[in-house]
Design a protein around this ligand. Structure first.
Ligand code: GLP
Length: 240
């Protein structure tokens, strides 16, 4: 059973999760962080900045969950750019130690296997930050994803493309494909921390935390994991 923490607002959630990450980095200076994109984890990254000041982060490693396929790596909305802008630069991490799946078309056929090997070589992820899509996806594992899946190329649903259109000029500019850690990859992390804010996430949160464990709601895979913390505001907790 996941530990559920209901907080008044996203900033409080960010502080709580940042505190946990600081404890981890103090105990293990080469900790492996599982990083997520989207708007949900931003309060965590913001809260980490002052908390990590004065702590040696030069050995901290990171792996992002996912990336779009078919946009240039230096596009401002590629997840490589987002992770560098929101996490690596402000927190002063070593860019060489923070990886994002490679979504460039050249070599895409082995990008998933390469990523899995890199995570394994790092000894696995210590703490994985997760947001959740309105349709219950985690990473970019859309409904129907296998619980054993590893990093691979997937097609984005129209719902997710519409949800993410706000980051692009129009929905037509949102890529149609992505490369994402699988649910099997995510379940190997030693601690999962799922965050969600706002009423739009209430159904996905309820399904993930206490609905049937089903590929129709990929977030429900977290129920198979022994160490999960769910941090939500009251609106996102409304259907629990
Ligand atoms: C994207 C990301 C997910 C994220 C989800 C929710 O599709 N690939 O990792 O959890 O959207 O986004 P947001 O946090 O902006 O609501």
């Amino acid at each position: 059973m996941a530990e559920i923490v209901i907080v008044p607002d996203a900033a409080t959630a960010g502080g709580l999760v940042a505190d946990e990450i600081v404890r981890l980095v103090r105990a293990r200076p080469d900790a492996v962080l599982g990083l997520a994109t989207g708007s949900t984890p931003l309060p965590v990254y913001e809260a980490l900045r002052p908390r990590l000041a004065g702590i040696d982060v030069s050995r901290v490693r990171g792996f992002a969950l996912d990336e779009y396929v078919g946009i240039a790596a230096d596009h401002p909305e590629s997840y490589r750019s987002v992770i560098h802008r929101e996490v690596v630069e402000p927190l002063g991490l070593d860019p060489a130690l923070v990886r994002v799946p490679d979504g460039s078309l050249d070599g895409i056929e082995h990008a998933g296997d390469d990523y899995e090997r890199a995570i394994e070589a790092a000894g696995g992820v210590d703490l994985q930050i997760l947001g959740v899509g309105t349709d219950g996806h985690i990473g970019f594992n859309e409904p129907g994803s296998s619980f054993g899946s590893l990093t691979r190329v997937k097609t984005l649903t129209e719902q997710t493309r519409e949800d993410n259109a706000r980051f692009f000029d129009s929905v037509d500019d949102v890529p149609r494909h992505c490369i994402t850690q699988g649910l099997g990859t995510i379940l190997r992390a030693r601690h999962l921390v799922l965050l969600a804010f706002g009423s739009g996430k209430a159904a996905a949160v309820a399904g993930a935390v206490e609905g049937p464990v089903t590929a129709s709601l990929p977030g429900s895979a977290i129920q198979l994991h022994p160490h999960v913390t769910v941090v939500v505001d009251e609106a996102a907790a409304a259907q629990l």
